[in-house]
Design a protein around this ligand. Structure first.
Ligand SMILES: [Zn+2]
Ligand SMILES: [Zn+2]
Length: 212
């Protein structure tokens, strides 16, 4: 039985435990199969970060191509396994919904804070009242003409580094007023509300019946 010394682990093994090679005199690799696998794995892991970076760069440089590819891939997966994900969703529905809601809220907070955290016209800071307003009144549209709003809009703004020229934060009161009566009236009414908020903030509200 032919044997050979592995240069890596230093063990003498049967030649069958070595890969073949056209570049060595005896036709076998210098490292045994086990050591070769280990060596390849280490090299793969060492380059993982660089590979991920390159893939990311490639993705953003070829967005259209990549989106077409992903679309086709997802369609193929759905065609071959029509029930993919359904069972998992049914088993974890509440959990998934809670996570989606939590992440959407966090993204909303991040966006509102990036845009100053207060209504630009009246200074209202009530989270539930705030919304992103398109300064020039052109709602975002995606490639197929659908309106981009909510998380999709927030993610887009974050990607663009929170552009301030075309977007601002308004409360729903000021935003509605602006849409019906125009900027000038919305701003002047907002100013009145701002004064009102300041007065209210200075008042000991409910001091007569709010005893601890
Ligand atoms: Zn070895
Ligand atoms: Zn407002």
């Amino acid at each position: 039985m032919d044997t050979k010394l592995c240069v890596k682990c230093g063990v003498v093994k049967e030649v069958a435990l070595f890969g073949t090679s056209s570049r060595t005199r005896d036709g076998f690799r210098a490292m045994c199969r086990e050591c070769t696998t280990e060596y390849e794995r280490a090299r793969y892991q060492k380059n993982a970060e660089e590979r991920r970076k390159r893939a990311r760069e490639y993705h953003y440089e070829n967005l259209e191509k990549r989106h077409a590819y992903c679309k086709a891939y997802n369609a193929r997966v759905r065609r071959d396994n029509p029930d993919v994900g359904k069972q998992y969703y049914q088993d974890h529905r509440d959990e998934i919904r809670a996570t989606v809601k939590r992440e959407a809220d966090a993204l909303k907070w991040e966006t509102f804070i990036a845009y100053g955290g207060t209504c630009e016209f009246c200074g209202d800071t009530t989270f539930e009242y705030l919304q992103i307003d398109h300064v020039f009144g052109n709602p975002e549209r995606s490639g197929n003409g659908a309106r981009i709003a909510g998380p999709r809009l927030y993610r887009k703004l974050r990607r663009q580094g929170w552009p301030k020229k075309d977007y601002r934060l308004l409360c729903c009161n000021c935003n509605q007023t602006r849409q019906y009566y125009g900027d000038a009236i919305a701003i002047s009414l907002g100013l009145k509300r701002k004064v009102l908020f300041a007065i209210l903030a200075g008042l000991p509200l409910g001091s007569s019946n709010a005893k601890p």
